[in-house]
Design a protein around this ligand. Structure first.
Ligand SMILES: [Zn+2]
Ligand SMILES: [Zn+2]
Length: 291
């Protein structure tokens, strides 16, 4: 049994390319980026999503971005064992409603297996910082079986699972350590160490306390918005400084802005650093070794 990560979206909050200004436009398909998110998939069928951005439907139907848009999407994600939420910003959470369809598919599969038409639906745990989860429950109560009577008749599609910073936990069989990061003036986000993978997006500063969780990282997925400094995201120079500090074996940039052209930036990448494209995938080890 092995795991892979798929970067199902590597674009910043507006998606790429942005329309309305030709300077932002690009005809290079590698610059067409959905809002940022990822899926972790195991060979035994488990799926853990990282974030549920506004493009989630498209990311679930076509995670590798190889689908022709017409034929049956054979690679589609039809199951979700858990979601790791980095934070509650719209570009990371406003596709949450699409999980209700996944929950419906999971319920159908479970009932087909058991033959019991009344078996309760499995709920999808949304895992993250307590305050982020509370805000999502307030914004989308019906997804959690709260609020209007019509919706509360059905089993809730989602349940929340608050994670404690700096404490290792197991999520869908994966060892996960959540930890706090600074999103600059936009508050806090949660970084995740998952086996030998680390997923750090929407950060401006990485607290010193995070270093011990990042020892021995094989693959680092890292926020890199653009060349110019930004109050809430890592720019190019800041991202390179984090790489020098963490020393991962391999790094891939995500959450890139429309100014970041694949053709230009891919020429200047240091060894061991790559730019994601939507559908980028790599294997990772599901074991935690902090040496
Ligand atoms: Zn974001
Ligand atoms: Zn954000």
């Amino acid at each position: 049994m092995s795991w892979e990560i798929i970067i199902t979206g590597c674009g910043t909050s507006h998606g790429n390319p942005a329309w309305g200004d030709l300077a932002w436009w690009s005809t290079d398909p590698r610059d067409a980026r959905r809002r940022s998110g990822a899926a972790l998939r195991s060979t035994d069928g488990r799926v853990v999503l990282i974030d549920t951005g506004p493009d989630l439907l498209h990311q679930l139907r076509d995670p590798y971005r190889q689908w022709d848009g017409v034929s049956y999407p054979a690679d589609a994600i039809t199951r979700c064992d858990a979601v790791l939420m980095t934070h509650d910003h719209a570009d990371h959470s406003h596709g949450i409603n699409d999980l209700r369809h996944v929950n419906r598919l999971m319920r159908r599969a479970q009932r087909a297996l058991s033959g019991d038409a009344h078996e309760p639906a499995p709920s999808i745990p949304l895992c993250g910082n307590h305050e982020h989860l509370e805000r999502l429950r307030a914004m989308f109560p019906y997804c959690f079986g709260l609020g209007e009577e019509f919706y509360s008749l059905a089993s809730p599609a989602l349940v929340t699972r608050s994670l404690v910073d700096d404490i290792e936990t197991t999520i869908a069989g994966l060892p996960v350590i959540p930890f706090a990061m600074s999103h600059g003036s936009a508050g806090r986000t949660t970084g995740f160490r998952i086996g030998d993978l680390a997923y750090l997006t929407d950060l401006k500063e990485l607290p010193a306390a995070a270093d011990r969780h990042l020892r021995g990282v094989g693959l680092l997925v890292l926020d890199m918005l653009r060349d110019e400094e930004h109050p809430t995201h890592l720019c190019w120079a800041e991202a390179l400084a984090i790489i020098a500090r963490v020393q991962p074996q391999r790094t891939v940039f995500t959450h890139m802005g429309p100014e970041v052209r694949f053709a230009d930036f891919s020429q200047r990448l240091p060894a061991g650093v790559e730019m994601a494209v939507d559908g980028w995938r790599a294997g990772f080890a599901a074991t935690l070794d902090l040496k």
